[in-house]
Design a protein around this ligand. Structure first.
Ligand code: CA
Ligand code: CA
Ligand code: CA
Ligand code: CA
Length: 86
C-alpha cells in the first residue's frame, strides 16, 4: 500500500507532487508544466523553455538579468534598455 501513495518513489506523496509519475520532478512553482528541476526559469511561466543564448536560464529569466547586467557592462546599445526598473 505504501507504494500506492508514492508511485514514482521520489519521496513525495502522489497527492502532494506535481509529477506523481516522474521520479525526477515533484514541484512546478510557476505552473507551466515544466518541473522545477528541468525548468530553465522557475520564476516565470515559460512552457516553451526558449533559451536563445544557450546558457542555463531561459529567455524569460534572462530578460531580467540583462536589465541589471546592462548597467555594469558597457553595452554599445545601452540607451535601448529601459532604466525605469530597479
Ligand atoms: Ca512521488
Ligand atoms: Ca514525482
Ligand atoms: Ca515550471
Ligand atoms: Ca538564456
Amino acid at each position: 500500500m505504501v507504494s500506492d501513495l508514492d508511485d514514482d518513489n521520489d519521496g513525495v506523496a502522489d497527492l502532494n507532487g506535481a509529477f506523481p509519475l516522474d521520479s525526477s520532478e515533484w514541484s512546478d512553482d510557476n505552473n507551466d508544466g515544466i518541473g522545477d528541476n528541468a525548468d530553465n526559469c522557475t520564476l516565470v511561466a515559460n512552457s516553451d523553455q526558449t533559451n536563445i543564448d544557450g546558457d542555463s536560464e531561459g529567455n524569460e529569466c534572462d530578460l531580467e538579468r540583462f536589465g541589471k547586467v546592462s548597467r555594469l557592462v558597457d553595452y554599445p546599445t545601452n540607451t535601448d534598455f529601459p532604466n525605469t526598473d530597479c
